[in-house]
Design a protein around this ligand. Sequence first.
Ligand code: ADP
Length: 295
Amino acid sequence: MFKEARIKLTAYYLIIIMAISLVFSVVIYKESTFELDRIERFQKYRSPILNEIRDRIITRLFYFNLLILGFSGTAGYYLAGKTLDPIQKNMEEQKDFVSSASHELRTPLTALTTELEIAIRDPEVKNKEILKSNLEEVNKMKRLTDYLLRLNKMENGLTDLEFKKVDLAEVSRKVIGKNKIQTDLDQTIINGNEDSIFELVSILLDNAKKYSKNIKDIKVATKNKTLIVGDKGVGIPESDLPHIFERFYRGDKAHSEDGYGLGLSIAKQIADLHGAKIKVESKVGIGSTFKVIFS
Ligand code: ADP
């Protein structure tokens, strides 16, 4: 991600510097040939020497621009690296913090779950409704820490996934189970990790269910190495679309639903790990279609 940003930044530096350099070159050429043109006009004939001087000015300006291009390209790349360095460090520190915090939280949360489960089963304990609600909240927190740990592992390339031939249609069928949704599942084989693909389909299908009123309006299709999950739900506003794959991003309408804004970031990571592209088309009030295109 940072390599891409560094190259982009270098390109921006280069565009600005080269635009300035080209403008100056034109001015220098015009200024220097102005006098030559005057001499020519005065002599009233085209002198070959003056033409040679003009050609020489153009050649020199060309080499001068080439030199600037090479120099500013190298310097720009170096400076872009220096500019992005603190941001990269900051992001890495942030990720490390999230990962350590999630790790540290897991043990007490597991202990809490066990104790709450024991207390709920104990006939002498009263106010079980409160304990059950506590257990639900603790389980939500555990799910959040699990999500964060998995996301971190994937982002840092720490997942040692076993890839083999996987049929997208078969995995989708397993995820769909007994859900009464529309399907159009053609066998389409890709090279991938079955568990991750299962998780990817689950995330897209869970979202479709979460953000649609009628489960019958949801459709899962597989063909030509592409997985398509479509719904006729609330849709995503255009201003949200560039952000929905970011960690913790939740649309305005999502706040009434359960979730942490991590599902689609995990889906994107899984797609990235498979070299697949994930695309979304959506209109508010009409619905959303997510496509994952494998190669
Ligand atoms: P979560 O669903 O937990 O909020 P996600 O990362 O799965 O987090 O999704 C991010 C945001 O994208 C959601 O908050 C929601 O605004 C939007 N979104 C995702 N899928 C859909 C969908 N099928 N229909 C409408 N909005 C969606």
